[in-house]
Design a protein around this ligand. Structure first.
Ligand SMILES: [Fe+2]
Ligand SMILES: [Fe+2]
Length: 250
């Protein structure tokens, strides 16, 4: 576990504040932690899918991708369907071919399709745990965290794509760090689940970073540093809205 976490901790510009951990392990906050975690898994799948659709595949492949996500979105946004059925829907029925003129297309597709599959599986696993702890699904608002980074994305390509990949790396790295921080303090069933997530989230962070570096084809240390500072500010400043990626609870 320490081996997995070492590169993540040096990538992040600050550790999760103790005050956030103290708040997150309060029994009365279990439902908000799990509900927000659930939605984060769906959003992770959605943003990866957006990147493939925008940058790597043609319309037909894009439509097949959207179909894959539909039952998960219907459940999350309209409470439609039985969540237990979702496990059967986590399949992409069509093979994805990169559209011409995108040298990085195949790598983006390969990494992101695997990531989406894993995030949707995590989504299902969070629902299983919510059942265990008798937490019912309800819609919640999203935190300031991802929006706070997206706001700083460059407005021209390919920098827009590179920035979004760097943001993806930060979100994955922070999630991984928080799962590890929470694991020893929560119910063993939940702690074991968090530990089981570390390996895939650590790989997701690495995949985003590798793609950003490949696509940039040059040094992006400065951009990574910039988003690292923005991310650290969102994590270490006061935040009135307690969520999985929120700042210091007020
Ligand atoms: Fe995940
Ligand atoms: Fe992930």
């Amino acid at each position: 576990m320490q081996e997995l976490l070492a590169p993540i901790k040096s990538f992040l510009k600050c550790e999760t504040p103790q005050a956030w951990i103290d708040e997150a392990i309060k029994p009365e906050n279990l439902s908000i932690v799990l509900l927000d975690h659930l939605i984060c898994e769906l959003k992770a799948a959605q943003s990866a899918m957006y990147l493939i659709r925008k940058y790597a595949v043609d319309k037909e492949s894009g439509d097949a991708l959207l179909e894959w996500l539909k039952p998960f979105e219907s459940f999350a946004y309209r409470k439609e369907g039985d969540w237990r059925e979702l496990v059967k829907h986590n399949t992409l029925t069509k093979s994805m071919l990169p559209k011409s003129g995108t040298p990085y297309g195949q790598d983006l597709i390969d990494k992101m399709v695997l990531l989406i599959k894993e995030e949707l599986h995590h989504f299902y696993q969070v629902l299983e745990l919510m059942e265990v702890f008798d937490i019912h699904y309800e819609n919640i608002t999203s935190s300031r965290y991802a929006k706070g980074m997206i706001r700083n994305v460059t407005s021209y390509e390919p920098d827009t794509l590179i920035d979004k990949l760097i943001i993806g790396a930060y979100i994955e790295a922070r999630s991984c760090e928080r799962f590890a921080a929470l694991a020893p303090h929560v119910d063993k069933r939940l702690g074991d689940f968090y530990i089981s997530l570390l390996r895939s989230e650590a790989r997701h962070y690495q995949d985003y970073l590798t793609l950003a570096e490949e696509i940039a084809g040059g040094d992006i240390t400065g951009r990574i540093q910039r988003f690292g500072e923005i991310e650290a500010e969102l994590i270490s400043s006061n935040d009135f809205d307690f969520k999985f990626h929120s700042g210091v609870p007020v």
